[in-house]
Design a protein around this ligand. Sequence first.
Ligand code: M6R
Length: 366
Amino acid sequence: EKGGYDHFMLKEIYEQPRAIKDTYRGRLLAEQGLVKMSGIEQNMEKFLNANRIIIVACGTSWHAGLVAEYIFEDLARIPVEVEYASEFRYRNPVITDKDILIAISQSGETADTLAAIKLAKERGAFVFGVCNVVGSSIARETDAGAYTHAGPEIGVASTKAFTTQITVLTLMALRLAKAKGVFSETKYREHLTELATIPSKVEIALQSNPLIEIIADVYKDSTNCLYLGRGYNFPVALEGALKLKEISYIHAEGYPAAEMKHGPIALIDEHMPVFVIATKKGHYEKVVSNIQEIKSRKGKIIAIVTEGDEQVRDLADHVIEVPETLESLTPLLTTIPLQLISYHIAVMRGCNVDQPRNLAKSVTVE
Ligand code: M6R
């Protein structure tokens, strides 16, 4: 049932090219320049008249929500707030019937996310679900939605759910950008065509696995790690840190790279591995200077870079390449090496990768 893989997590990491394709199949018609999503079409007026979108989720799904904040604001020019479902539901939030709540949940059973949906509905918001499990409680409770077609995710550490959530949210943002007319036809078409190349680019990113295993061996005994990214890749840094924490039990923190100088830089010494997402688009030069700051404090740098990068290669202790893509789509690629590094470190430490201690696949209690 693990399809020849040692663990479900590894199988699910490798399923991502297919899972992403299954998620956009029938929705992304790149050649015709169309995005078709019935949940959006049927509620287009609501989306176009919304004052803002509030995204609620937990854990990895919350990280997908943070990526979506960048996507929706950048591409569709709709204001977005992203909230932990558990905080949102208990802070008497200001919600009106001009708000749209998007709830993201792989399992569709997360208690806090479900409770946040109920609260938003009571206060008149329109609620849209992005779930993986068909017929789940959240899928049933929402007014409309779009499923991710990741297939069953068994490993407690979420992998393909994350990339397929980002795929659905990207399609939504593109559809809305088109409807709002905020995107030139050329840019719109470019995004559609590029999204269709992502599965094969994920495939290429997965080819770094042997190198990542070697890097994992160097850092497997670390007690702390930092993950840094900016813009679209700041949430990817958070997700990389969460993955490492939950399956290898190594303390890790994700930060926006520019926040380093406001505190975390004090942690850096020769024992601190720092994973930096430094792809060519998206504040590249700024990230390079962040890398220089880490290097001058003797931190160990493992950088995720764009294919062919030379500048970071000269500075970093290790580089892992991903193919080039549009900035808004980079999280779909940069997250792959971070999933693999956590996987290998956890295996090397003898951890139960698929069922880490103290964790359940879905958190149905608050
Ligand atoms: O099923 P959900 O997407 O609602 O689950 C949310 C979180 O519990 C989940 O993403 C959790 O953080 C994962 N174990 C992370 O890998």
